[in-house]
Ligand binder design. Sequence first.
Ligand SMILES: [Mg+2]
Length: 381
Amino acid sequence: MKLSHIKLYPLAIPLIEPIKMSGETITHANTLLVYLKTNTGKEAWGETSAAPLMTGETLGGLLQNAKYLGEHLRGLDITELNSISMVLGKILYGNTSVKSCFEMAIIDLFAQAQDTSVWQILRDLSKNKTQTKPIPLPLLRMLGGSLDKEVADAALYRAQGYRHWKIKVGSLPLAEDLERVSILCDLLAGDIVSADANGAFNLDQAVIFCTAEKTRQLSFVEQAIAAKSTIDDFSLLKSKSHLPIALDESIHDVNEIKYFDQANALDGASLKLIKTGGLVSGLAAALELQRRNLKINLACKVAETSLSAAATASLGFAIDSIPWGFSMSNQYLEFDICAKPLHAENGHLNIEQLNPIGIGVTPEINLVTQAHSKEYSTVLC
Ligand SMILES: [Mg+2]
């Protein structure tokens, strides 16, 4: 399978409302699409998003690295699924985000060639022999804005069937976050409610947060302290915490899962394709978590389109169990790039929303054009 045509589309899609995190406020989905065409006329798309505070990538940086990767990939013959990461790694070191974008599209091409779906390919790779249809993935909904808005949204989306929640903490004074969390947990009693500090707390604040009476109903606390903290600090936090500890910014691959688990520093992790470098390594990370009885949250970066959502969901459908929910972030976009965007049905994503062949969704070029970044141009590799 030779790649004969590679095109890059840098997008900036406005969010319905800004999403405030401890280190940044996101107003647009700065995301990059790659379009591939083979010498046999097959077409596929991939996506990756800028995440300056998670992968160090900006949209401009992604575009430049994707251009470099694309120029070297054009004309190459990729014959095996398992060789994709080796082929990409021989061209470019690191840069997991850009690689995930190409890998997603290339696996789509393999799926099309085999007349199957990406999720089925991943299920086969995971040695999951289950013959039944994948179960719906529980979607995680992020709460944000003023407390009044969070309370109203919690009620609104709970009535729509959502049962997994994330409260962003760390940008307000600790006492205020504790109060918010307490009020929202009371409102959402019985649900899977998490708090994500994106590494904003110091160790003392994190211990207070994870042992406070007001947070006792939380199901887990995500990345309470910064990824650059010492392993001793992570272990100490988990030993003192009354709540399960999730890591996000700290976890990129299987080795880091092993490292933190051996130090007894986590109860689970959030996996994103931009961190793992794609679906195959993301699947390996998910299986390592399962082997170690650690919990999984599967997530798109805030915010990505239905394309990345379909790819990430394919991983969830392959492994069948996402106890900490699937953060599908196209739900925060003003508009999507697919004619039928993936959407929540009773708080879940059902397999029927994905087309049975390939990755499951196809961007519409007119919507891609509408979403185009004003800052950067389309690049033909
Ligand atoms: Mg997170």
